[in-house]
Design a protein around this ligand. Structure first.
Ligand SMILES: Nc1ncnc2c1ncn2[C@@H]1O[C@H](COP(=O)(O)OP(=O)(O)OP(=O)(O)O)[C@@H](O)[C@H]1O
Ligand SMILES: [Mg+2]
Length: 346
């Protein structure tokens, strides 16, 4: 495979003396996955048989936390669930995976959030009830937990925009002041708002922004990926854009890196982006330069698609490292003809 280039700029080294590798803040809910060739519901009280319905660990933050724990990181999750069986399921599963859930709040007044994903071939239709997810407020994020973290990652900004949004920039700022590196994956905005002042303030405090391609375009308001990358980097953070089977694009300065692996035929792509985030963060915490860390992210993302649900396929570090060694890493110079068109292979 291609020899990896030098990093655009070194990632700051991990803070010493922090006993948690990673604190993840965000959404925590079960996913109900419905699988079959024909999963389209028919109203009129018609019952339809499907191939399989499966209850899985869901929520972008929870999936990232589990994937990071599989990679050997010491992880705590800050989220909110309801005082109900769905919440108990999540707490039990996370605990079994080694994630510290003592900072997951259990609400009496709201049900645990839940997602139903109807999955047909490579496509999905997703229904989510937020429930307790949207109750997580800035005051629920303990600063002493932030101060114990080498890295703080925030998932699913838009699901928490009204509750956590007003305090998120200050939370990220406090984490940085306490010595942690930070990252933000907004995921999709179901309300289609995409840009607001609170989010801009949070992005300015995030060391690393982790959108997929569609989210990068929507967040920046740009018409092309190269314009989106320029705009997002200009707003402050380093960037890794997830490109599905095409891998990822990352930048921590003027030089862009395209990272790719041979595409795999997925069993289920749920959570691939969350697993990518875990791999990338684990790589950075191990001192890898951003492109190599992104290669580890691509490996974890690709391997995660090999099993049903967000976490079943999430690999351990040896398997992920072995796959990442096969990554192609190319430098790409942005220009007006488009970032994909004029790669310079080192
Ligand atoms: N079919 C595939 N083959 C190889 N790698 C893949 C495939 N699908 C996903 N990946 C890897 O997983 C990463 C994340 O996937 P994707 O781009 O779908 O993220 P996402 O859209 O944020 O997903 P999510 O639905 O979890 O939010 C990709 O950047 C890529 O490295
Ligand atoms: Mg995503």
């Amino acid at each position: 495979m291609l020899s990896p280039p030098e990093p655009a700029q070194p990632w700051p080294g991990p803070a010493a003396g922090h006993d948690l590798d990673l604190v993840v803040i965000g959404d925590c809910n079960p996913d109900v996955l419905v699988l079959g060739d024909d999963v389209t519901p028919v109203f009129g009280q018609r019952e339809k048989l499907v191939d399989r319905i499966s209850l899985e660990i869901g929520g972008s933050a929870a999936i990232t936390a589990v994937a990071a724990a599989r990679l050997g990181l010491k992880v705590a999750l800050i989220a909110a669930v309801g005082n109900d069986p769905a919440g108990t399921f999540m707490l039990d599963q996370l605990t079994r995976e080694g994630v510290d859930v003592r900072t997951v709040l259990v609400r009496d007044g709201a049900p645990t959030g839940m997602t139903v994903a109807l999955s047909r071939g490579g496509d999905r239709a997703i229904l989510t009830a937020l429930g307790a997810i949207a109750s997580l407020a800035p005051g629920d994020v303990p600063h002493d937990t932030l101060a114990r973290a080498r890295h703080v990652h925030v998932s699913s900004y838009f699901l928490l925009a009204d509750s956590l949004g007003p305090g998120l920039a200050a939370i990220l700022s406090a984490a940085r002041a306490a010595g942690a590196t930070t990252s933000l994956d907004t995921n999709w905005d179901p309300a289609g708002r995409w840009r607001d002042e609170r989010l801009s303030a949070a992005i300015a405090q995030a060391g690393l922004l982790l959108p997929n391609e569609a989210e990068a375009l929507a967040l920046s308001g740009a018409a092309s990926l190269d314009a989106a990358v320029s705009a997002l980097i200009g707003s402050g953070p380093a960037l890794a854009v997830k490109l599905g089977e095409r891998g990822a694009l990352c930048a921590a300065g003027p030089v862009l890196y395209r990272v790719s692996l041979p595409p795999v035929t997925p069993v289920d792509t749920t959570g691939a982006g969350d697993c990518f985030n875990a791999g990338l963060i684990a790589g950075l915490l191990r001192g890898l330069p951003l492109p190599r860390a992104a290669a580890l992210g691509c490996a974890v993302g690709a391997l995660s698609t090999g099993a049903l649900g967000g976490t079943a396929g999430a690999p351990g570090l040896p398997a992920a490292t072995e796959v990442a060694e096969h990554a192609a890493i190319r430098t790409v110079r942005p220009d007006r003809s488009g970032i994909e068109k004029r790669p310079r292979v080192p």
